[in-house]
Design a protein around this ligand. Structure first.
Ligand SMILES: Nc1nc2c(ncn2[C@@H]2O[C@H](COP(=O)(O)OP(=O)(O)O)[C@@H](O)[C@H]2O)c(=O)[nH]1
Ligand SMILES: [Mg+2]
Length: 197
């Protein structure tokens, strides 16, 4: 669970959520430098750790990577309960995965965590936009992603590619920022109600 205190190690728990085969495991393995040029494993449940710096402070991010299959829902729910923040992911090359953010993944997360859950919206595989075939769906645009993020109340929206490492570090900086923002908001509510610092 989150510990963002000023003297102890700052650590937080993040879970990646989204359809299968959209690049969740690749994103985590690229961030934590565990790719070794091997294909990503077909995950049921895995736990990774990485570090990110935000405002000159280092944070350890423990990351849960869960299977998206309906059969593994109970494993996901177990991971959700321990999470401080979620990265809701879709691939820009898979319109269904984009639609499922609103129809499936956000409802599943809020069902466990409540409506005030911290989450960022992440678009993956943006390098593939350059190489679409004529018979493929039109990729999900950046504007569509921004609009979705606003509509669902995401802390932030970011597009990335694990293949060329584009914005991979930024995804996890956004994750840290999302938790800190929420912590600050809670602190100011307590101050307003109780007049304490
Ligand atoms: N071109 C490209 N391929 C990717 C990217 N991320 C993942 N992939 C590929 O997409 C497939 C599914 O990735 P994976 O990480 O297993 O997806 P997951 O099921 O959501 O965890 C694999 O073949 C990856 O190599 C990316 O950013 N660009
Ligand atoms: Mg995976």
């Amino acid at each position: 669970m989150v510990n963002t205190g000023s003297t102890e190690t700052r650590c937080l728990q993040c879970t990646l959520v989204g359809d299968a085969a959209i690049g969740k495991t690749s994103l985590i393995r690229t961030y934590t430098d565990r790719t070794n040029n091997t294909p990503p494993p077909d995950t049921v449940f895995d736990n990774y750790a990485g570090t990110s710096t935000y405002s000159n402070q280092e944070f350890t991010i423990s990351i849960f990577d869960c299977s998206s299959k309906p059969d593994h829902a109970s494993i996901r729910l177990f991971a959700y309960k321990d999470s401080d923040v979620f990265a809701l992911c879709y691939s820009v090359m898979d319109r269904d995965s984009f639609e499922h953010i609103k129809s499936k993944w956000l409802p599943e997360v809020t069902n466990i965590m409540g409506k005030r859950v911290n989450f960022v919206l992440v678009a993956t595989q943006i390098d593939l936009r350059e190489s679409i075939d004529l018979d493929q769906d039109i990729p999900v645009s950046k504007t569509e992603g921004h609009n979705m993020a606003e509509e669902i109340g995401a802390c932030s929206f970011i597009e990335c590619s694990s293949s060329n490492q584009d914005n991979v570090q930024c995804v996890f900086e956004d994750v840290v920022q999302c938790v800190l923002k929420q912590k600050k908001k809670k602190h100011s509510i307590v101050q307003r109600i109780f007049g304490t610092k």
